[in-house]
Design a protein around this ligand. Structure first.
Ligand SMILES: Nc1ncnc2c1ncn2[C@@H]1O[C@H](COP(=O)(O)OP(=O)(O)O)[C@@H](O)[C@H]1O
Ligand SMILES: [Mg+2]
Length: 269
């Protein structure tokens, strides 16, 4: 009889300290695409704004247990995870309570490791998930540091705009610092260019610049600017459910297969 390979839960943190670059959109749609190919996936919303929760149709009143409870150690990952309308996709929603968490836990020695510890505990029991994606707030605060300390790898959405690279250096420095101090195993999974508009000359210049600066770290898939993508959250649905045929959904499906491919390469290395 074949023995099943030991599956390991993989944690990918989606981070960029800039707002509006496509973190939440990427978190929702990449998570949906991974779930659609049968990967048991958990999305953790670590942004007090809760856009990932809203975008997946979790109403504020239904957020009884949230990522806040995990960070203050009053709920486990299993207790906080709730199912979504997408089979194989669960979410730990966020609430505005997260705004106060930094003050609440800043005096604790484990403050940067709250999420990591909760995920380790989960992985060592009977893990319910193959992939955990963490959606970060637009800042390099303690929430993002928790998400980086807990991650196997970071995925960075970068908007195709003039200042894209400027913010990237600062982000990569933070990743470096987290690797030096909190999480030596942390790697850069990849950089995904988002909101690409082919009619804009500047956008193609940005793509060339980012590729020459970051080389193979940049995924081949580029997410186009697509109105269907921006409409979907108001229906509480991932774009992939709202309109699977639109160019944005198709791009996120391709990104998911690239992510899986990189995972295989990492596992083989
Ligand atoms: N590919 C896209 N095409 C069109 N609109 C997009 C696309 N990606 C994101 N958006 C829109 O841009 C805004 C910011 O995206 P979001 O994912 O919330 O960024 P972040 O989480 O980094 O702040 C949202 O209104 C979102 O719907
Ligand atoms: Mg967001």
């Amino acid at each position: 009889m074949d023995t099943l390979p030991v599956s390991r839960m993989r944690v990918i943190t989606i981070a960029n300290q800039k707002g509006g670059v496509g973190k939440t959109t990427t978190a929702i749609n990449l998570a949906t695409a991974l779930a659609a190919i049968g990967k048991r996936t958990l999305l953790i919303d670590l942004d007090p704004q809760g856009n990932a929760s809203t975008g997946l149709g979790v109403e504020r009143d239904d957020r009884a247990v949230s990522s806040y409870d995990v960070l203050v150690e009053s709920a486990s990952i299993t207790e906080a995870a709730m199912p979504t309308a997408v089979p194989d996709l669960s979410i730990i929603p966020s609430t505005l309570d997260l705004l106060g968490v930094e003050m609440e836990i800043s005096g604790s020695a484990s403050r940067a490791y709250r999420l990591r510890d909760a995920l380790h505990f989960h992985a060592e029991a009977t893990p319910l998930f193959d992939f955990v994606l963490v959606d970060c707030p637009p800042s390099l605060n303690l929430l993002t540091v928790n998400a980086m300390a807990a991650a196997d790898a970071i995925l960075v959405p970068l908007q195709c705009e003039f200042f894209a690279l400027e913010g990237l250096s600062q982000l990569l420095e933070t990743v470096e610092q987290v690797r030096d101090t909190l999480n030596p195993a942390l790697s850069l999974h990849g950089i995904v260019l988002t909101m690409y508009d082919g009619r804009n000359n500047l956008a193609s210049q940005v793509v060339r610049d980012v590729r020459s600066f970051m080389g193979d770290h940049v995924y081949e898939t580029i997410i186009p600017r697509n109105v269907r993508i921006s409409e979907a959250p108001s229906f509480g649905k991932p774009a992939i459910l709202y309109d699977v045929k639109c160019s944005g959904s198709q791009a996120y499906i391709r990104l998911a297969s690239e992510v899986i491919q990189r995972e295989r390469q990492l596992a083989a290395a």
